[in-house]
Write a protein that binds this ligand. Structure first.
Ligand code: ATP
Ligand code: MG
Ligand code: MG
Ligand code: MG
Length: 477
């Protein structure tokens, strides 16, 4: 059956509410000051980290579900460079999730809840679904999760739809240390035809991962050893737009109704024919991420999350202007591209609507500055390009030093000429010139409790989209 994006959200939350889950609002995409481990909220789990890392304080048995705004454009989860190339990664996406804290339900119940939702509620053809489980890792001395394999069998999944994988695919970790555990993933076959799981999962683009269910019962210590967490939690995440594409019979996330408005407006404004589909996806995706990040208080800057926002803006401007032939300053225009994002997401995230004038203002300011730099830098780039047709990292550094042309702009200009810049050479040139050691990475990868805030500190918006039941913030749990 068909669902609009609003209906699918409601269906998911209704289902888990009916199954005794508390429904929690999405937290901000900007983590609180106290959480230095993340640039952006990148999973539904983030706002509940405190529940797991301070088990003495918070050992309540709880069932929770939500739909979380996520941005994966930096840090451990960085999909920035994949966006546009495939049709199922965005930088901004929404993650549907349900949780069992402190053994609120069992592994079997978690699997059954997921399967029932997909097959019985959404009527997804079970023949299209594949299930992976953890097949063991002798090096780490972590046993295979045969219990999970047997659960899927027991729930009626056919043998050729179940497949075991190793640590890379089916062992989830929060960071370099911290809570972790084996997981089981549900994949969907967009083509169908009863194909065997073994040959397909993770090797073919027609099969897309939709739901990751993590059995979080281990703890990786800072010395690398894995011990027991002493508690069993279940942490699940399902890609909202991926599920939506399946429900709406589309083969791409970008062809779902959350994208209709923005994509058609980009097509309208494009003057190059036919417009480049990769550029369309990049502009649509980045603009959504920019609107969400700005609405939650991020601002373009020279470091951290602000820098990622700036980078996404620059890529959006260049792809719109150069690849699609969209006139400059379409982003900040009244009634333009930004409003399309407001129209599709504003019902659910009113903070976007409230901030539309400010989002347009920031985009306009940033775009003016951007084209000034590009216009001044382009002749220098072209001159250098004649001297160095392969465009080395050294040349990129030369443009930065001599003409102040930022690396990302040079990269984009080079990309237009079919060249990619060797970043190592660029760094090398920078090192040689400045004779400085590289500054250390700003994001900490350690996952000790001190690096995480209390979950209460994750900000949410008070003005929330109204469902039939009460939706609470994690500070109200
Ligand atoms: P993938 O392997 O496809 O990159 P993942 O394993 O990195 O996904 P998880 O960390 O398991 O993703 O996140 C849970 C779910 O969120 C995934 O099963 C997927 O449906 C969805 N998801 C993850 N990354 C993205 C993205 N960049 N855009 C849209 N949906 C995503
Ligand atoms: Mg990924
Ligand atoms: Mg994966
Ligand atoms: Mg996964």
């Amino acid at each position: 059956s068909y669902y609009t994006h609003l209906e699918l959200r409601k269906s998911f939350l209704d289902y888990f509410a009916k199954n005794e889950h508390k429904i929690v609002a999405s937290s901000s995409v900007i983590p609180p000051e106290s959480d230095k481990s993340l640039l952006f909220t990148n999973a539904g789990m983030n706002q509940f980290k405190g529940k797991i890392l301070s088990p003495d304080k918070l050992s309540k048995t709880e069932k929770i579900a939500n739909i979380q705004k996520c941005i994966r454009a930096g840090g451990k989860h960085n999909d920035l460079d994949d966006v546009g190339k495939d049709v199922h990664h965005q930088t901004f996406f929404e993650m549907m999730g349900n949780w069992s804290f402190n053994d609120a339900y069992s592994k079997r119940e978690a699997c059954e809840l997921a399967l029932t939702y997909l097959v019985e509620n959404l009527k997804i053809d079970p023949d299209r679904l594949y299930f992976s489980y953890f097949a063991g890792d002798s090096k780490e001395l972590v046993d295979a999760d045969l219990e999970c394999r047997d659960i899927w069998r027991d729930l009626g999944v056919r043998e050729n739809k179940i497949v075991g994988f190793g640590r890379r695919e089916n062992f989830w970790e929060m960071g370099a240390s911290g809570p972790c555990g084996v997981c089981t993933e549900i994949h969907y076959d967009r083509v169908g035809g009863g194909r065997d799981a073994e040959k397909l999962v993770n090797s073919d683009d027609s099969v897309v991962e939709i739901w990751n269910i993590v059995f979080m019962s281990k703890l990786r210590l800072p010395n690398g050893r894995i011990t027991s967490l002493g508690k069993n939690h279940i942490d699940t995440g399902m890609g909202f737009e991926r599920l939506l594409s399946i429900i709406q019979g589309q083969s791409s996330n970008f062809d779902t109704d959350v994208f209709t408005k923005i994509i058609s407006e980009i097509r309208n404004l494009a003057t190059k024919t036919p417009p480049n589909p990769v550029a369309i996806r990049i502009v649509a995706d980045h603009l959504r991420a920019i609107c969400v990040a700005l609405a939650d208080g991020a601002r373009p800057s020279g470091s951290d999350a602000g820098f990622v926002v700036r980078k996404m803006m620059r890529r959006a401007f260049l792809n719109a202007g150069n690849a699609l032939g969209i006139e400059r300053f379409a982003f900040g225009a009244d009634g333009g591209l930004v409003d399309c994002v407001g129209e599709s997401l504003g019902v659910v995230y009113p903070e976007i609507l409230e901030n539309l004038p400010e989002i347009r203002r920031v985009l306009r300011e940033e775009e003016e500055q951007f084209w000034r730099v590009v216009d001044q830098g382009k002749p220098h780039f072209l001159r250098r390009f004649e001297i160095d047709p392969n465009f080395s990292g050294k040349s990129a550094f030369y443009l930065l030093e001599t003409h102040g042309l930022p690396l990302e702009i040079t990269e984009e200009l080079a990309r237009e000429h079919g060249k990619s810049i060797n970043l190592q050479d660029f760094e090398q040139a920078k090192l040689e010139a400045r004779n400085l050691s590289k500054t250390s990475a700003k994001t900490s990868s350690s996952a000790s409790a001190e690096n995480f805030p209390d979950f209460q500190n994750y900000p949410t918006h008070s003005d929330r989209f109204k469902y039939d039941y009460e939706m609470i913030g994690s500070d109200e749990l």
